[in-house]
Design a protein around this ligand. Structure first.
Ligand code: UDP
Ligand code: MG
Length: 355
């Protein structure tokens, strides 16, 4: 297959109900694109039949390629793995659950042809999302806008098209706590927006439970703002100043011979309040420290268990981080567990254990 003009990167985590429809709708769309297209399906450690179905898609249509990670590394890392493996001139990132309609890809491609290097899709309407999800999303994007040290568009997820130039810039950032949409704002380049209606999930449950959503939000804040640290400092200064003033008032009252009996309640409230504030601040600082620890360990962002459909001349671009290059060939390589399973396309891997 010749070098593709477009790559579509799709992270997949337990999406067996959606994959057949996803493949069908995608094939219709990529047939209409103005150049050869590959689809990189990234199996982020699925435990259902997703991987099987993805391999079936590859057998049926060689434009579908499958990258299987060794376990669940999370949405943001799965996207990165797919982008590392993609080699199109324009790379599109979209979700597997058909919330991002594949047909929008045509509009993204049209803007790219106008010369834009990052074309992101903006959610105009959200269908079938709970009020809770919409409220928390509005709150989060509002706070992000106010606190982040870079300008970030509101209501933009990871659905976007990226030109090779911008993608290479993005891939040179190997930070471990990834907030991909923020990183794309950070790199700059010529950016354009395409509005779309976010559909409801095609089938199955969200793969973003509360825990993962909080984690993503925390990465979004900590990765792009030091405002919480400044806030901690400011709160500390205010507290210290008010306690000095309070002390001086107490001394003045004593010297003036006025009766001054501090109340038990005010004492208790002050102590508990201050210990609470201190714990919050320590926790906040801890968020930054934990991420520093994560970064210095410098583990790979993901590990590949198996790759299917990637031929020798379509190896993924060289990882930007020298630590992730394989020593034996000195060039392009994923951080793989088993080199053999990656190079042999015929090798059918055992299906992962189900739970
Ligand atoms: N996903 C993934 N790894 C994860 C969680 C999610 O690859 O650990 C994928 C998932 O299969 C989907 C996309 O990321 O293609 C977005 O997830 P989801 O639709 O569950 O998120 P939501 O739309 O509910 O925010
Ligand atoms: Mg979804």
């Amino acid at each position: 297959m010749q070098t593709p003009r477009y790559s579509v990167v799709i992270p997949v985590y337990n999406e067996e109900e959606t994959i057949p429809d996803l493949v069908k709708r995608l094939r219709e769309v990529i047939d209409r694109l103005d150049g050869p297209t590959e689809v990189v399906l990234v199996d982020d450690g699925s435990r259902d039949r997703s991987h099987e179905l993805m391999l079936a898609a590859n057998r049926e249509d060689a434009r579908f390629k499958v990258l299987q990670l060794s376990r669940n590394f999370g949405h943001q890392n799965a996207i990165t793995a797919g982008m590392d493996a993609a080699h199109g001139q324009a790379v599109i990132i979209m979700d597997a659950d058909l919330q991002d309609p594949p047909e929008v890809i045509l509009q993204l491609a049209a803007r790219w042809q106008e010369g834009y290097e990052v074309v992101y899709a903006v959610r105009e309407h959200r269908e079938g999302e709970t009020r809770f999800k919409r409220t928390t999303a509005t709150l989060f994007y509002g706070m992000q806008r106010r606190l982040a040290e870079i300008e970030q568009p509101v209501d933009v997820g990871d659905f976007r098209l990226v030109d090779r130039k911008a993608l290479d810039a993005f891939l040179s950032m190997r930070e471990r706590n990834r907030y991909v949409r923020g990183m794309f704002s950070w790199i700059g380049f010529r950016q354009a927006a395409v509005p779309y209606t976010r559909a409801s999930r095609h089938a199955g449950q969200t793969k973003y439970p509360m825990r993962k959503m909080i984690r993503l939000a925390a990465d979004g804040f900590v990765g792009f703002s030091t405002a919480p640290l400044r806030f901690a400092l400011a709160a500390g200064v205010v507290m210290a100043l008010s306690s000095v003033i309070y002390g001086m008032v107490a001394i003045a009252l004593k010297l003036a011979g006025l009766p001054y009996v501090p109340g038990y309640a005010s004492l208790l409230v002050t102590i508990t309040f201050l210990s609470g504030v201190q714990l919050i601040v320590v926790g906040m600082v801890g968020q930054y420290v934990a991420r520093i620890y994560d970064e210095v360990r410098a583990r790979p962002l993901y590990l590949v268990r198996d790759a299917r459909g990637f031929t020798a001349d379509s190896q993924p671009p060289q990882p930007a981080d020298p630590a992730e290059r394989s020593p034996e060939n000195g060039h392009a390589a994923w951080p793989v567990i088993s080199q053999r399973s990656v190079s042999s396309d015929e090798h059918v891997p055992p299906t992962p254990p189900r739970q």
